[in-house]
Design a binder for this molecule. Sequence first.
Ligand code: NAI
Length: 259
Amino acid sequence: MTLCSECRGESMFELKGKTAVITGASRGIGKAIALKFAELGANIAVIHFMDGENAEAAVKELEAKGVQVRAYECNVADFAASEQVTEEILKDFGEVHILVNNAGIVRDGLILSMKEADFDAVISVNLKGAFNMTKHLYQHFMRKRRGRIINISSIVGLNGNAGQANYASAKAGMIGLTKSVAKELGSRNVTANAIAPGFIKTDMTDGMPEKAREAALAAIPMKRAGQVEDIANVAAFLASDAAAYVTGEVIRVDGGMAI
Ligand code: NAI
């Protein structure tokens, strides 16, 4: 009798020998993606910004999975700094197979009171940061004729949200970026996809006012907040061979919140 790979205890989503660059992997969704990828055998470059203590703890947890791990502090919104960090990562790991643009911030407020600086900061980190990292690894992926780009957008980028014009614009922009990259690099065997999480329990959502949290939960058909692992599982699929022919797609992982 031949056992299927799952029955043999192997995962369908093998990432052995691959290297993943994950921005914002010091905590929350990014860290969960890093842990999942490491469990599947991938080496991990953790990018964070001003989150050294969490990054150090994440590196220890990741190393315990038996893979190569290194943390890099870099503001992804900074074009030159993100170029330098990708060069460093390529020197350290030799090759990059997967890029996850996950770093993100919020500066919520109605447009009436939103400061110009709050709009610019969110666009710079969430959207331009993803562009910067993609741009700096673009030629590498092209030359290797393979690569996976996974952008962590949001359902707010699909539907908009009062009080989040900056964030929704950035997240919608990420979807445009994803589809454009998918068209530009498809012939080079590079896929680009986006995940649109709904309401996921992390430091970011723990920081929301109680009323807003309750309203968000009430709007979820599945009646629970998502777990970071819910996003990590879909990211693992997109990074794996199982998703080889999936590109330019946006996958909602939201318990039905944006149906
Ligand atoms: P978090 O606040 O827990 O973690 C953010 C991560 O981004 C940290 O590792 C931080 O170091 C990094 N970061 C922040 N600014 C950076 C910069 N300038 N350069 C490099 N790294 C930077 O956030 P969370 O909740 O884990 O969110 C991760 C991503 O998922 C974000 O893009 C967020 O917009 C998105 N998302 C989250 C949802 C949620 O419900 N938590 C829902 C939809 C999308």
